[in-house]
Design a protein around this ligand. Structure first.
Ligand code: NDP
Ligand code: NDP
Length: 318
């Protein structure tokens, strides 16, 4: 199958592995790219020298296209941009910031640019900034999230109506059935995060991977809306934030409780009580830790089988 997303990135399947802080280093990105999807290195948690190391290791581990996710909130963004250009990274996904700032500069260097949005206003802003494609990420997603709380089911048709450029759906997608549903809503590709956290190659701590595969419905919640909204597992740290919010704590107090490097503590160092554990709602249907390449294959096969099944139902209706 070829479509605008596979052609844009020169990949086999329109499946993108989300760039996730502390979880997606070069091992995961290269495994996904080797399997025919697009693997992304999550640069938000990497110091500039660490990002360079991951890009080089990724290039050595795969000849296939790969990319870097760059949260625009990152403190030393100019250094990251410099590294990305110097290392000739073919694709950059930007998120959490204004796409107008870096898109033209990256595109000038021949880099494909995709921006992650959670509402129509930012989708239009991304088109105006000249991005090659958009990721529309719904409320179900893990990590940073939109304030409007629009679910993927509502968001994708809205964005499809608003823009004509290639569209990738994210949030709540962990398998081929959800991928097919996203295509029915107007998406041409999917970005998947949580499912790849539970992969052999993910750099998430084993403790966190075990939390992901044992998650049940209702185990995550969108939190810290006064700062940057983020979907978290309801662990001890989350409860502390929720209690502070319930008694009316302001942004400054929440920042104090949050402190520094909570995400690293939880997801990379495996402190399940004191750390921030960012994962999507779809964790509740993830049961096993698998090699990333097998995850890509499984999603693609399920997508094809489900498409056939739906076609046969439609035939019954004729
Ligand atoms: P390797 O698998 O080869 O080695 C892991 C490295 O991480 C080792 O240097 C190890 O140090 C270090 N490490 C292990 N646990 C922790 C921890 N809890 N806190 C800090 N460092 C730890 O690494 P890769 O080639 O996969 O990665 C290279 C670099 O990238 C490393 O510095 C790693 O920390 C970092 N990284 C960053 C990610 C991110 O999202 N920011 C994701 C993945 C890796 P030691 O030998 O002393 O145990
Ligand atoms: P904190 O301010 O709490 O901590 C900074 C963390 O980032 C530390 O763990 C630090 O590692 C690491 N880091 C990497 N590079 C730098 C740098 N140049 N300066 C300072 N710290 C650096 O931030 P968070 O952990 O909450 O978030 C870090 C980044 O991840 C931000 O850019 C944020 O926008 C992004 N993010 C992206 C999400 C997404 O969904 N894409 C979700 C959440 C955050 P060390 O401890 O080794 O010093």
């Amino acid at each position: 199958m070829q479509n605008r997303i596979t052609q844009l990135f020169n990949i086999r399947y329109p499946i993108v592995q989300a760039g996730m802080i502390w979880c997606s280093g070069w091992r995961l990105a290269s495994a996904v790219s080797n399997a025919g999807g697009l693997g992304l290195i999550g640069a938000g948690s990497m110091y500039p020298d660490v990002l360079r190391e991951h890009i080089r290791k990724c290039k050595a581990a795969t000849a296939a296209p790969y990319g870097v996710n760059l949260p625009l909130l990152y403190p030393n963004i100019e250094e990251h941009i410099h590294t990305i250009v110097e290392e000739q990274v073919p694709v950059v996904f930007t998120s959490a910031g204004n796409p107008a700032t870096w898109t033209a500069k990256l595109k000038e260097k021949g880099i494909k640019v995709v921006h992650v949005i959670a509402n129509t206003r930012f989708a239009i802003k991304s088109v105006e900034a000249g991005v090659d494609a958009i990721v529309a990420e719904g409320f179900e997603a893990g990590g940073h999230n939109g304030r409007e709380e629009t679910t993927t089911m509502c968001l994708i048709p809205l964005i499809r109506e608003a823009v004509t450029i290639p569209l990738i759906a994210a949030g709540g997608i962990g398998g081929g059935k959800a991928m097919l549903a996203a295509f029915a809503l107007g998406a041409e590709g999917v970005q998947i995060g949580s499912r790849f956290v539970a992969s052999d190659e993910s750099s998430a701590h084993e403790n966190f991977k075990k939390v992901v595969i044992s998650s049940r419905e209702g185990d995550t919640q969108l939190s810290l809306k006064q700062l940057t909204p983020v979907r978290l597992v309801k662990n001890r740290f989350y409860q502390e934030i929720a209690a502070a919010e319930a008694r009316g704590a302001g942004a400054d107090e929440l920042k104090q409780i949050l402190g520094r490097a909570r995400a690293k503590k939880g997801m990379f160092e495996g402190d399940l009580d004191e750390g921030e554990l960012e994962i999507g709602q779809v964790a509740s249907s993830i049961r096993t830790i698998m090699p990333a390449g097998e995850i890509v294959k499984e999603i693609w096969n399920e997508f094809k089988e489900e498409k056939m099944r739906i076609c046969s139902i439609q035939a019954d209706f004729n």
